[in-house]
Design a protein around this ligand. Structure first.
Ligand SMILES: Nc1ncnc2c1ncn2[C@@H]1O[C@H](COP(=O)(O)OP(=O)(O)OP(=O)(O)O)[C@@H](O)[C@H]1O
Ligand SMILES: [Mg+2]
Length: 807
């Protein structure tokens, strides 16, 4: 086997590693704890996965601490076996740290999945992981274990390395199996005994005839009881038939009897009612004796009632007349008051027509004033315009005059531009006259304007007075109109009152005169009241008399019903009597049937009892038989188990002697291989090593054997290394696999001095002809010169490690 290439991701200290491996002695160097062992364990993890030797603690610890949940732990290994190359990819991740794996060769997938890949690898290299670790991978401290153990312990260590202890495991298993089998036999034997320690089979066989006999007699008893039950059933059926035959007559009997009972009841009831009516009649007769006397009083009651009715009416009329009279008087007083009021209103009324005439006169005067005023205003406006015009033309003339006077006679005329000369004086005079005339005209206009102004003011005052008068007249007009309406309403109301009073007077006239006397009315009322009780009693007795007639008729009817009822009673009695013998027969049949039913239920009970007794007996018999069968089966098993236990004893002897044989056989080979190794490592100085029963080494020095303590520490180390390598060889040979050509030695130097280290190193280089690759893991720097290659392992700043193949 040759390791070509290893890639690790998130594997323990390594976040990312890619490494090519050369041939020869390859040192894996670095300080303590940087990950040298880890690196080489990565190879084993790729090959076998999470096996005990690699995992150290738990599978969680394999993934890099601090890796994210989605950073999976990955190993990729490429290796060579013979001429073939292989590649394994292994990945562990997810929450449950599930393992994926794949083994390929020449682009073909040979196996997938954790277990299948491990099995395929084991088949390829011809050994399981345990053998791999003993033969190829000499682990840290293993040499120490060989060197520093107490005598006796050494034998155990060597046997464990040689995996002969596996035979012990087989032996332990055989012994445990034998023990289990014997325990089973003892347990089974116990079940063959009764509680008081007797032979269960014998006891059961003795009891069997008795049980059979009990079951038989229970069967016979049951048969008799069943016969008895059948008999009881047919008897019950016969009685039921008899009962059914009689039941029609009995139904007729029962119907007649119940009719008779009902009839008797109704006759008694009728008779009771006759008695009640007779009593009532007697009482009525007694009371009716009073009737003649009451009839006399009744005549007087009628007379006085009629008179009373007459007087009651008269009283109503009398009171009505009195009331109308007082109402008329009140109404007439009211009418007088209202007439007064009306007269007063009329005197205060001013004629509406008169007021309207005054208003239109005022309006006319107002209009005249307004017309005069507007005429005067326009005249005043015209005057003012004329004054203004005149003033403007006078201003122009004055200006001209000033210009001409300033220009003098020789100047030019401002209007026609000619030289003035003679026109000068003329022009000046003309302009002066014009101005004087203008001033006169203005004065005249202004005095006229002042006169007009005064007249306009006087007109304004007059207009104001007219407006006020008009207002007063308007108000008076409204008031007069209102008064007129209210007078109209008063007149209507007064005439309505007068009509009303006239109506009353007509009513009064219609009523005529009243002759009503209060005293007479009182006397009549008194007598009427005193006769009231006699009248009421008379009425009561009169209706009682009518009732008594009814009672007579009802009593006669009831008596007839009683007679008829009694006749029917006799008929029913005759029917009942004729059916009485059948009824008696029926009653006795029912009694008989009850008796038979009772007997049947007892017979059934008996059947049930015997049936369960038979079941019990049969059950016990069946159980006993089954138990006997079971006992036979247990006896057979016991016999078989005893035989098996004997076989286990034999096997134990065989395996145990096989182990002795193995040990005896391996010892010479181991001595021989160790001798050859030591010979090679010491360049022929020591050629013979012997191993005693406890695998203690004795080394031949010039024909004489000496215990190992006699030699130097370094020589002892070499001897132990030879022994360890011999063990590797034996294991590799035993597996029958192709030679591995690979050796991994993890920290084999222990506490050796530089000389000893050198001697181990030179011994190893002599071995290198036998192995294609030897990996030597060590933290000791000074041996690196004797190595063909060095892989340097270092810690990086972020705490993870890196590894590099040095040139
Ligand atoms: N899952 C992990 N993640 C990170 N570091 C880990 C993990 N598992 C183990 N380690 C650490 O890795 C370090 C390297 O261990 P390893 O045995 O490879 O060291 P070594 O180089 O062989 O040291 P020595 O020379 O002492 O044998 C140890 O300190 C260990 O605590
Ligand atoms: Mg280590």
């Amino acid at each position: 086997m040759r390791i070509n290439y290893l890639e690790l991701r998130n594997y323990r200290r390594f976040k990312q590693l890619k490494l090519q491996f050369p041939d020869g002695i390859v040192g894996v160097l670095g300080l303590n704890g940087v990950g040298k062992t880890t690196l080489i364990e990565g190879v084993a993890w790729a090959l076998f996965g999470n096996v005990e030797e690699v995992v150290r603690t738990s599978r969680e610890s394999v993934r890099r601490a601090g890796a994210g949940t989605n950073e999976n732990c990955v190993a990729i290994l490429e290796f060579q076996l013979g001429d073939s190359e292989f590649r394994i990819e292994r990945e562990m991740g997810g929450k449950s740290l599930s393992m994926k794996a794949e083994l390929r060769s020449k682009g073909k997938v040979l196996a997938t999945g954790d277990k299948d890949v491990r099995r395929a690898v084991e088949k390829l290299i011809g050994m399981d992981h345990k053998s791999f670790f003993t033969s190829v991978f000499a682990r840290q401290k293993e040499l120490n274990a060989l060197q520093n153990v107490a005598p006796g312990e050494r034998k155990k260590v060597v046997l464990r390395m040689l995996r002969i202890d596996a035979v012990d495991d087989v032996l332990t298993e055989i012994r445990a199996d034998r023990k289990d089998t014997l325990a089973r036999v003892a347990g089974a034997e116990k079940t063959l005994l009764t509680e008081d320690g007797r032979d269960k089979e014998k006891v059961l066989e003795e009891k069997l005839p008795e049980l059979i006999q009990i079951a038989d007699s229970a069967s016979k008893e049951l048969e008799a009881a069943e016969r008895n039950e059948k008999d009881a059933i047919s008897k019950v059926q016969a009685a039921q038939m008899h009962r059914d035959e009689l039941s029609k007559d009995v139904d007729a009997f029962n119907a007649a009897a119940s009719d008779l009972k009902a009839k008797k009841g109704s006759v008694i009831d009728l008779q009771r009612r006759v008695k009640t009516l007779e009593a009532k009649l007697a009482e009525a007769r007694k009371r009716l004796e009073q009737l003649p006397k009451l009839e006399k009083d009744e005549l007087r009651w009628k007379e006085i009632s009629e008179r009373k009715e007459l007087l009651d009416k008269e009283k109503v009329k009398f009171e009505r007349i009195r009331m109308i009279a007082s109402e008329i008087a009140a109404e007439e007083r009211e009418q007088a008051r209202r007439s007064d009021e009306l007269a007063k209103s009329r005197t205060g009324l001013v004629s509406v027509g008169e007021l309207a005439a005054k208003i239109s006169e005022t309006e006319r005067s107002s209009d005249e004033c307004q017309a005069t005023r507007s005429q005067m205003s326009s005249e005043l406006g015209a005057l003012r315009n004329k004054v203004a015009e005149r003033k403007e033309s006078m201003d122009k003339d004055r200006k001209k005059l000033d210009e001409i006077m300033a220009a003098g006679k020789e100047g030019t005329c401002p209007t026609c531009e000619r030289t003035l000369h003679d026109a000068y004086e003329l022009l000046i005079q003309k302009l002066r006259d014009g101005t004087a005339e203008g001033e006169k005209a203005i004065a005249e206009h202004e005095s006229r304007a002042a006169a007009l102004d005064a007249e306009l003011k006087a007109l304004g005052k007059k207009e104001e007075a007219l407006r006020k008068r008009r207002q007063t007249l308007d108000q008076q007009l409204i008031k007069s109109k209102q008064l007129e309406t209210s007078i109209e309403a008063m007149e209507t109301e007064l005439s309505r009152l007068r009509d009303k009073t006239a109506g009353r007077k007509a009513e009064r006239e219609g009523l005529g005169q009243s002759t009503f006397s209060e005293d007479e009315h009182q006397g009549v009322l008194k007598e009427h009241a005193s006769l009231k009780r006699a009248h009421d009693e008379f009425l009561e007795l009169r209706s009682l008399k009518a009732q008594a007639d009814g009672y007579h008729k009802e009593t006669d009817d009831l008596r007839e019903s009683v007679r008829r009822g009694q006749a029917e009673e006799e008929q029913y009695e005759a029917i009942v009597k004729s059916l009485e013998p059948k009824k008696a027969l029926y009653d006795s049949t029912i009694k008989d049937l009850d008796l038979k039913m009772d007997q049947l239920s007892k017979a059934k009970d008996t059947v049930r009892r015997f049936s369960s007794a038979r079941e019990r007996a049969q059950g016990e018999l069946d159980r006993s038989r089954k138990e006997l069968v079971e006992i036979a089966r247990v006896k057979k098993t016991i016999e078989e188990d005893r035989k098996r236990a004997d076989e286990f004893s034999l096997l134990e002897d065989v395996v145990s002697s096989f182990k002795d044989h193995l040990i005896a056989r391996v010892a010479p080979t181991l001595s021989e291989l160790t001798s050859r190794g030591l010979e090679a490592m010491t360049e022929g100085k020591y050629t013979k090593v012997e191993l005693d029963e406890d695998y203690e080494m004795r080394i031949d020095d010039q024909g004489q054997l000496y215990p190992i303590n006699r030699f130097s520490g370094g020589e002892a180390d070499l001897a132990n290394l030879s022994l360890r390598l011999a063990i590797s060889r034996i294991i590799a040979d035993r597996t029958g696999a192709a030679p591995m050509n690979l050796l991994i030695l993890d920290e084999i130097f222990g506490s050796q001095d530089p000389n000893r280290k050198r001697s181990v190193m030179s011994a190893l280089s002599r071995l290198s002809s036998q192995f294609r690759q030897i990996f030597l893991i060590t933290h000791i720097e000074d041996v690196k010169d004797s190595m063909n290659y060095v892989i340097k392992v270092e810690e990086q700043e972020d705490g993870t490690s890196r590894a590099e193949l040095m040139a």
